[in-house]
Design a protein around this ligand. Structure first.
Ligand code: SF4
Length: 122
């Protein structure tokens, strides 16, 4: 199988062609640097994405808390993760980088807070 991948590591946006099957790669062409070649290899075998979203907050001045995955998750698990996050409500106070959902969808990746949420007593 031949796959064309646009490298997003830098703004050059090289189009890299990967020829392979499953996790076996026969050739990688079109990359202008090693980082791009590495990106294309990973993207061919197991594409990953950093997940960003927001979750509800209870007893806070904000009603939504921005969150992200502390490292990229497999692209084919993004919807499983989003399904979990849509039902998450965290209680204030929340610290920056606090783990909100550990090991989301058994991916081995934690979802962490991207902002703080102060507690607002009602
Ligand atoms: S292959 Fe290298 S130069 Fe090209 S877009 Fe990727 S990182 Fe940039």
């Amino acid at each position: 199988m031949i796959k064309q991948i646009t490298c997003v590591v830098c703004p050059m946006g090289c189009v890299i062609t990967v020829d392979g099957e499953g996790d076996q790669i026969n050739s990688v062409t079109g990359a202008s640097c090693k980082r791009g070649e590495e990106y294309a290899r990973n993207e061919f075998v197991l594409p990953v994405r950093t997940l960003t979203s927001s979750v509800g907050v209870i007893d806070s001045d904000r009603c939504l808390l921005p969150v992200r995955s502390e490292k990229p998750v497999p692209r084919d698990r993004i919807f499983d993760c989003m399904d979990i996050l849509k039902n998450v409500k965290v209680e204030a106070p929340v610290k920056m980088h606090q783990v909100i959902v550990p090991n989301i969808a058994n991916t081995g990746v934690d979802i962490v807070a991207c902002a703080e949420a102060e507690r607002m007593d009602v």
